[in-house]
Design a protein around this ligand. Structure first.
Ligand code: KE4
Length: 430
């Protein structure tokens, strides 16, 4: 397998793009090696500039649940682009996709489309602060909600003490209002609310964490967040950018039966084109301009091409058996990876919820940020490289999720498990 053309493209990219990429994780720094430059995708496969073929488990970080270049998505986009690409004016397409979201998410009465998950969470937090008149936000360490300043904050020395910036460029004052708590620790959340509940505008949480690797919510955790936020007049924001439409048609809130005040969506919603959204009860959403005073806007928000790709993707998810297929294949992959780890004598803890999963290179359960970060990232890196050489494209970081699409079939799972058995045997001795 050669990566000669990707290596050349990588050299050129670094002359013009910061770090050669438009999002850091794509640079493969956590796993090493040259990132393959992709020429095209088809179904569950990616093809790089050198003609190497990969079974894709990144799926554009979860967005492509229908697989790459699905004919229905391509056809709708082809027809749409001939009518123009953006109008900056209302279209019925936006209404159609918003209506679909409202049908699928009972907690959402009104929707606002934006262009990324970051914009969705940033705007939802502004709305929560306006609705409550409070400033503090509670998030969870290891959860990622995009790169808005207020969310690039991590736990300060004490739990209640001011959040500290997790990136240069975030002013201490901005991070100060963000309290970052340990995921799955409802007791700690209760404690913080008992001390400062009246100051807290909202809790924002990934209902199934995907950004520390997959860490499911502990039994009662989400329900507990719902109860404590309600008790103190704070809002519950579920960041369903990953889980929305993936774990169930109505996302994690359908799966776990929790009704948030606001929901953030993205990825699948745009079918691979730039879309984010946030939504909730009418009384909250009508605080937004132009009805209310909370300002938020966007040149390309509700872009007709993105709306078409989202509508086509959600249509494909309505087909009978779609979620059952994702569940069955994901379960087989997870079981097979666990078995391969046991056979090779490599400790692997496999966390999975639906069609999002992570093999943690660690022994013992992974139920928190602390246990996730005990994983052997160097071993994951060797596994990633060994799988890439065998035509399997995994997330280039231990702390991400692997995603399946409707385009993955038995053959992809068989080939992935064959590659994993060989790769694990190879790394166990290194
Ligand atoms: P974007 O701004 O990247 O569209 O969405 C931010 C975001 C918000 N909420 C959750 C739960 C997310 O997972 C994300 C983005 N996810 C990452 C992958 N872990 C996107 C990949 C990347 O950063 O390149």
């Amino acid at each position: 397998m050669t990566l000669a053309r990707s290596e050349q493209a990588w050299r050129v990219a670094q002359q013009y793009l910061a770090g050669g990429v438009n999002s850091p994780v794509r640079a493969f720094r956590a796993v090493g090696g040259t990132p393959p430059f992709i020429a095209r995708g088809a179904g569950a496969r990616l093809f790089d500039l050198d003609g190497n073929e990969y079974i894709d488990y990144v799926c554009s970080w979860g967005a492509l649940i229908a697989g790459h270049a699905h004919p229905d998505v391509v056809e709708r986009l082809r027809r749409a682009v001939e009518r123009g690409t953006s109008y900056g004016a209302p279209t019925e397409l936006e209404t159609a996709l918003a209506r679909r979201v409202v049908q699928l998410f009972p907690s959402i009465e009104l929707v606002r489309f934006v262009n990324s998950g970051t914009e969705a969470t940033m705007s939802a937090i502004r709305l929560a602060r306006a609705a409550t008149g409070r400033a503090k936000i509670v998030k969870f360490t290891g959860c990622y909600h995009g790169h808005a300043d207020a969310l690039l904050a991590t736990a300060g020395s004490g739990l209640l003490t001011l959040g500290i910036p997790s990136s240069p460029g975030v002013p201490p004052g901005t991070a100060a209002d963000t309290v970052s708590l340990p995921y799955n620790r409802l007791d700690v959340v209760e404690g913080v609310f008992s001390q400062a509940g009246e100051e807290i505008a909202a809790v924002i949480v990934e209902p199934v964490a995907g950004n520390m690797g997959v860490v499911p919510p502990a039994e009662g955790f989400l329900q507990g967040l719902r109860e404590v936020t309600h008790r103190y007049g704070a809002l519950l924001i579920l960041d369903e950018v990953i889980t929305g439409f993936r774990l169930a048609p109505g996302g994690a809130q359908e799966l776990y039966g929790v009704q948030p005040d606001l929901t953030c969506l993205g990825k699948i919603l745009g079918g691979g084109l730039p879309v984010g959204a946030y939504g909730g009860r009418r009384e909250l959403m009508e605080l937004l301009a132009p009805v209310g005073p909370v300002y938020q806007a966007g040149t390309l928000s509700g872009n007709p091409l993105a709306m078409e790709a989202g509508l086509a993707t959600l249509e494909l998810l309505r087909r009978p058996g779609a979620y059952e297929r994702l569940e069955a294949l994901s379960a087989r992959l997870a079981d097979g990876l666990r078995w391969a780890g046991e056979q090779a004598g490599v400790p692997v803890t496999l966390n999975r919820v639906g069609s999002m999963l992570t093999p943690f290179f660690t022994d013992g359960p992974v139920t928190s940020y602390e246990s996730a970060t005990r994983a052997d990232t160097a071993r994951y890196a060797r596994f990633h490289q060994a799988m890439l050489r065998r035509g399997v494209y995994l997330a280039p970081s231990q702390f991400e999720a692997l995603f399946l699409s409707l385009a993955h079939g038995e053959d992809e799972i068989d080939r992935t498990l064959e590659a994993a058995e060989e790769a694990l045997r190879e790394i166990v001795s290194s």
